[in-house]
Design a protein around this ligand. Structure first.
Ligand SMILES: Cc1cc2nc3c(=O)[nH]c(=O)nc-3n(C[C@H](O)[C@H](O)[C@H](O)COP(=O)(O)OP(=O)(O)OC[C@H]3O[C@@H](n4cnc5c(N)ncnc54)[C@H](O)[C@@H]3O)c2cc1C
Length: 407
């Protein structure tokens, strides 16, 4: 396979979400890592293997702990900074970006809800110091993306906690340093009465139950496992999961995933642009027949970027107001961002491939877009859009959008 088109042109810089003049070292560091991720992306996909080179570089650049507050040894980055890194990585390797995004979501849950628990604070210090990688377990048994329901319950016995869970998929489970998992609060609790628990690698075993042979996102290695874990009760977060979910888990997941998909779309657009420029140069300035698809790709990419930017701004504003994030409109907007961003990203990559014609469809050209297309098709089903839309139906009936645009 030929080397991919450079993803570091001027156009690609538009993948970023921070304001000009703000601290750009996250961006510079992310760009250095993205080069490494891009070099290995084809092999990661072909072998369905963990993007080890990119994660070694992320650790070197200390980006795994960027969200952790400075007093705990991190860099106190904002959501928009993490979104930038997700987007820059996404343009290089979708699996790398998605793993990074999932890790940051789990870290955010701990950072925002530790309630000064000494074990959890110490864990965060260690996560910053050792650049620990956190995996997520929410999908269980045959429950699909119904995150707000758990089957397996934690067993609390004095100072100890135990959990055995049929985890349908845990991305990079084998490579992670810790797993952050939802669970039922106890044997007699309802399925929706959940807690979030952190287990470190030394305290669990993973028995493989399902493989990960998928169309795309092959580097996430989202294998199914029987998780058996044992730890101390302090590892159970005191804040009920339903609050963690609305305040942090869902908002950060939707923002960071959307940013990663935006990056994949940006990378595909850059490839299509390079193809159209090259084709027109070789035919005396005459555009190739599919060139109008490049413009369509740009239209959907700009809409996608604007949606993610607005989502980040709304999130920052709502997070500052008491009850801002739990408000129905705020939750609806975040859920709709995920749905819309995933569809727009698929649209952008599809247009980009059409712009490249056969050169994009083939796997053996520098304009090949097969991997991007396969990767991005995971976006609408990573928590199925139809599930999200169905669960929003009641709220849509109850809440009308304001007629003014400035509110
Ligand atoms: C790239 C990627 C990475 C992911 N990483 C993680 C991760 O790290 N941790 C994690 O917890 N989850 C992960 N997920 C899963 C994700 O969070 C959602 O749970 C998942 O995408 C929902 O998929 P679904 O379409 O099967 O589920 P849904 O559409 O929500 O539901 C599917 C429904 O079909 C039924 N069903 C499923 N299989 C069968 C079958 N064989 N026969 C009959 N009925 C069936 C189920 O009962 C369920 O009701 C990942 C997903 C992707 C795409």
């Amino acid at each position: 396979m030929s080397a991919a088109v450079s993803i570091f042109s001027r156009t690609d810089r538009r993948a970023r979400f921070s304001e000009p003049g703000e601290d750009r070292t996250y961006i510079l560091r992310a760009e250095a890592i993205a080069k490494i991720a891009a070099e290995n992306a084809a092999d990661v996909d072909a072998q369905s293997r963990f993007p080890a080179e990119a994660f070694a570089a992320l650790r070197d650049q200390k980006l795994l702990g960027m969200l952790i507050p400075t007093e705990l040894g991190g860099e106190g980055a904002r959501a928009a900074d993490v979104a930038d890194v997700c987007a820059i990585l996404g343009a290089a390797c979708a699996s790398t970006a998605m793993i990074f995004a999932m890790h940051q979501v789990k870290l955010a849950c701990l950072i925002r809800h530790h309630r000064n628990n000494p074990w959890q604070l110490e864990f965060l210090r260690r996560a910053a110091d050792k650049q620990l990688l956190l995996a997520s377990s929410t999908t269980e048994g045959m429950n699909g993306g119904n995150i707000r329901s758990s089957e397996a319950a934690i067993q609390l016995e004095g100072p100890k906690v135990r959990l055995t869970r049929d985890a349908s998929c845990i991305s990079y489970g084998a490579e992670a340093d810790a797993i952050v998992t939802t669970a039922r609060r106890g044997d007699s609790a309802a399925n929706s009465d959940q807690v979030l628990v952190v287990f470190e690698k030394e305290t669990y075993t993973l028995e493989r139950t399902k493989s990960w042979d998928t169309l795309g996102m092959r580097g996430t290695c989202s294998v199914g496992y029987l998780l058996r874990a044992e730890g101390v009760a302090d590892q159970v977060m005191a804040e009920p999961y339903d609050r963690i979910h609305t305040q942090t888990m869902a908002p950060y997941a939707h923002l960071f995933w959307s940013s990663a998909w935006c990056g994949v779309a940006t990378g595909a657009f850059a490839t299509a642009r390079a193809f159209v420029r090259n084709a027109s140069r070789h035919s005396g300035g005459k555009m190739p027949p599919g060139a109008n698809n490049l413009t369509k790709a740009r239209v959907s990419l700009e809409t996608l970027r604007a949606a993610v930017q607005a989502g980040l701004a709304n999130f920052e504003r709502n997070a500052r107001e008491p009850g801002g994030l739990t408000a129905m409109d705020a939750q609806l907007a975040l859920n709709f961002l995920k749905v819309e961003a995933s569809e727009l990203a698929v649209q952008t990559v599809t247009h980009a491939m059409r712009a490249c014609g056969l050169s994009g469809y083939r796997n053996d050209t520098e304009y090949s877009l097969g991997r991007s297309l396969r990767d991005i098709l995971s976006a609408p089903i990573m928590i199925h859009n139809d599930r999200i839309l169905a669960s929003a139906e009641a709220s849509v009936l109850m809440s009308a959008p304001p007629s003014a645009l400035s509110r």
